[in-house]
Design a protein around this ligand. Structure first.
Ligand SMILES: Nc1ncnc2c1ncn2[C@@H]1O[C@H](COP(=O)(O)OP(=O)(O)O)[C@@H](O)[C@H]1O
Ligand SMILES: N[C@@H](CC(=O)OP(=O)(O)O)C(=O)O
Length: 431
């Protein structure tokens, strides 16, 4: 049965990381194996900045950014392959020419369409590089284009999967030919040949789609942490690893913002009962986290999720009337159309408060639109803390010395909104 591995940007950020990846894959000779790879390091951020430069007409900035991205990829190819780099450097140069041509063609088009036709190049480039290195190391590797495998609609930047068409295409691959297969995370394609993307950090989801369509034995997501913790170990100095948790718990944690796995990853796995392992690509002996149908300690222990850079939107009808169901539906429909998600929603008779990620691009038109029909005020520079499996004592200790700007609580989850300036860079879990 096929196994699926997914590697994110951190695991292929430079030549050394790609060498390490090849050692790791060399030790896994089980086939069929499909490897899903993201863009190198922070390339997607670089491509987003390139897009902004292209759209604002900042031509010098655009050219400099394009050249820097190309130089970085070429340098990695040369560091890896030296004299044997020519075929892959030619391919990289051709991909950058194509990327430039796409920017010229789509710079006047809708933002999301332009985004998908250009930002997809991060993964196209990284997989070419990694495949070339694996083949050079004697690991027979076949490259395939995820835009021809993962069929989506044209909802750019958050495309919906055409499961039937995708399954048909994925199952037609001759995966059991003894080679390792490599494809891109994050990207798909419409039936008409347009590139699409599945949402930032969506490569985990790509891997789950392939696992689902192939009835894979398992999916392993390789990270720079040993597994899923009860809080981001970068932000909470005493976070502990959760070795077992259910799909349902993982969905909840990621939906509230735990960045370790993309929230759309779990459903395709759950539908087929495919186990998910999250493990370290740095420490191969570290015990991993396993996610499956059965609950584990992760379903009981408190977990803590922090969202930085939040914006509070306070919405009231301008005529002193209620926020009735029709108004609530109206506001939420506008939010959804802007591609935004309410991280916290608090409703009173004449006031609706929403907390969203502060993303200026979709927010500016949304706020202008809401202001035409409602009284709208906003507050920025906020941090949202979600505690799952909370207790009063935990919440009190975590809120000490901080103003609670908004709050929402049910039996399992408690959310509190704080001023970012009142929050520490590194948190400590009380207890
Ligand atoms: N609950 C959590 N458990 C583990 N890691 C977490 C958690 N929440 C956030 N993270 C962060 O997720 C990072 C790994 O995810 P990410 O950087 O997106 O990986 P990749 O780019 O390889 O997909 C870790 O370095 C860690 O800081
Ligand atoms: N490269 C894309 C997709 C992705 O999933 O990346 P990563 O696996 O490195 O989080 C992004 O940065 O959004």
């Amino acid at each position: 049965m096929t196994r699926i591995f997914k590697f994110g940007g951190a695991s292929i950020q430079d030549a050394d990381a790609i060498r390490h990846l090849a050692h790791l894959l060399d030790a896994h000779d089980s086939r069929p194996l499909m490897v899903v790879v993201s863009a190198m390091g922070k390339t997607t951020n670089g491509l987003e900045a390139l897009l902004a430069a292209a759209r604002s007409g900042a031509d010098d900035d655009y050219r400099q950014r394009l050249a820097a991205l190309e130089a970085n990829h070429l340098a990695v190819a040369e560091a890896l392959l030296g004299d044997a780099a020519r075929p892959v450097t030619q391919r990289i140069t051709a991909l950058f020419e194509e990327l430039d041509e796409r920017h010229q063609r789509y710079r006047q088009a809708a933002y999301s369409l332009h985004y998908d036709q250009t930002v997809c190049y991060g993964e196209l480039l990284s997989t070419r590089l990694v495949a070339a290195w694996l083949n050079h190391c004697g690991i027979a590797t076949e490259w395939c284009d995820a835009r021809e495998l993962i069929v989506t609609d044209d909802r750019h930047q958050a495309a919906n999967i055409d499961w039937e068409a995708t399954a048909e295409r994925v199952r037609s691959l001759a995966l059991d030919d003894g080679r390792l297969w490599i494809t891109q995370g994050f990207i798909g394609g419409t039936r008409d040949g347009l590139s699409t993307t599945l949402g930032r950090e969506g490569s985990d989801f790509s891997a789950a789609i392939l696992a689902h369509c192939l009835d894979a034995e398992d999916l392993t997501i390789w990270k720079d942490v040993p597994g899923v913790f009860n809080a981001d170990p970068r932000r909470f100095d005493n976070a502990v690893q959760l070795h077992r948790l259910s799909y349902a718990e993982a969905v909840e944690q990621t939906w509230y913002g735990a960045k370790v796995i993309h929230p759309r990853t779990l459903a395709p796995l759950q539908r087929k009962g495919i186990p998910l392992t999250v493990r370290s690509f740095l420490d191969l002996d570290a015990p991993p986290s396993r996610i499956g149908p059965e609950p584990g300690e992760g379903d009981r222990l408190p977990s803590f999720i922090l969202r930085d850079d939040q914006l509070l939107i306070d919405i009231a009808p301008s005529d002193f009337s209620f926020i009735d169901e029709a108004r609530l539906a109206d506001v939420l429909a506008r939010l959804a159309a802007a591609g935004l998600h309410a991280n916290l929603l608090d409703l009173e008779a004449m006031r609706l408060r929403l907390v969203v990620d502060h993303k200026p691009e979709p927010l500016a038109p949304l706020l202008a639109d809401l202001e035409r029909d409602y009284r709208v005020t906003t507050r920025r520079d906020l941090a949202l803390l979600t505690v799952r499996h909370h207790s009063d004592a935990l919440l009190a200790a975590l809120s000490e010395g901080r103003t609670v700007i908004a709050e929402r609580r049910n039996a399992t989850n408690a959310q509190r909104l704080f001023h970012a300036e009142e929050c520490p860079e590194t948190w400590h879990i009380p207890g």
